[in-house]
Design a binder for this molecule. Structure first.
Ligand code: PAF
Length: 311
């Protein structure tokens, strides 16, 4: 099967690298030339966090969009802020049989893919795998967990070969109609943690040290829960707020992805996280004032940062 990864950062390289090891025909597409060159000259080094074992694999890496032509599957791993532009860019390199799968964080990527590829070719998934990017050609497989995938609409059977390929590559994968609930469950964690860490310039664990911030986390999460309930979404946690606190505790020393974006003057995924809650709330005719305020603050800082930065 030809599987192309669009956005070969830590997670994209993790999936692509292990799929190549399992014998699939993989292209790692990325605009980051140093990474592409390192993979092509020295191979991709994947360190297993648990065992410390390092595996070198040699998938084809490329910055040429044409390299992904005739793929059976495109896996989209770019930041949500660039989903729209890559969908527009890659549309002409897909065929009628190509499935385009998003395994990105946040809410709304599948809708963008459906716009360009149609619901019959769009798949959405959620993964608990974790990876860290060390530098060109080097990643660490930081955490393992199941992956769930489903079609945006249509024939789930189309995904069985892909799920089998993922499983052969060491990623436990299920084709499941429950993906929406899983995506929302992951989203709620990001809604409670990411923007606050970015605004306060603190790591995840520090959020828990301040009673005022624990309360703001609760307000953000509770607004999201009202929206999810109104939409009839079934979350996987009995007590989602407790889960958000627990993730912040377990990842205490992490700088969240949004804080990392701030630090690199890169546009954040706020519109796919707290901003997405505001959007969904508006569609339902309800208010989400705390998420709205936080979204406006992050968006403004995004503008200030990206004026300074390169993106
Ligand atoms: O986006 C992130 O950084 C992560 O999803 C999480 C769980 C908040 C941990 O840092």
């Amino acid at each position: 099967m030809k599987i192309s990864i669009i956005g070969s950062g830590a997670m994209g390289s993790l999936f692509g690298g292990n799929l190549a090891l399992a014998g699939e025909d993989v292209v790692l597409y990325d605009v980051y030339k140093e990474h592409v060159d390192a993979v092509n000259t020295q191979g991709l080094s994947i360190e297993d966090a648990a065992s410390g074992e390092v595996t070198i694999v040699h998938p084809l890496a490329s910055s040429d969009p044409e390299s992904v032509a005739n793929s059976d599957v495109l896996i989209i791993f770019v930041k949500s802020t660039t989903t729209e532009s890559v969908a527009a860019q890659f549309e002409s390199f897909t065929g009628a049989h190509t499935i385009v799968l998003t395994l990105q964080n946040g809410l709304g990527n599948d809708a963008i893919l459906c716009k360009y590829f149609g619901a019959q070719r769009t798949a959405i998934g959620v993964t608990s795998q974790g990876a860290t990017f060390f530098g060109p050609g080097k990643i660490r497989h930081a955490g393992k967990g199941p992956t769930y995938i489903t079609m945006a609409s249509g024939d789930e059977a189309k995904l069985h070969d892909l799920a089998a390929a993922f499983s052969r590559a060491g990623f436990e994968t299920h084709v499941s109609a429950e993906v929406t609930g899983l995506v929302w469950s992951k989203l709620i964690v990001n809604v409670g943690i990411n923007a606050l860490t970015a605004l306060l310039n603190v790591n995840n664990g520090q959020l828990l040290e301040y009673e005022d911030i624990r309360q703001v986390m609760a307000d953000l999460v509770n607004e999201a829960l009202v929206v999810a309930a109104k939409k009839g979404i079934h979350l996987i946690y009995d007590d989602p707020l407790a889960q958000v606190y627990e993730v912040a505790r377990k990842t205490a020393s992490n700088s969240s992805s949004m804080l990392q974006d701030f630090r690199k003057n890169r546009q954040t995924e706020i519109d796919f996280m707290n901003g997405a809650i505001v959007n969904e709330a508006q569609k339902l005719g309800i208010a989400a004032p705390v998420n709205e305020t936080v979204t406006r603050l992050v968006r403004t800082l995004d503008m200030l940062h990206t004026q300074k930065g390169t993106t």
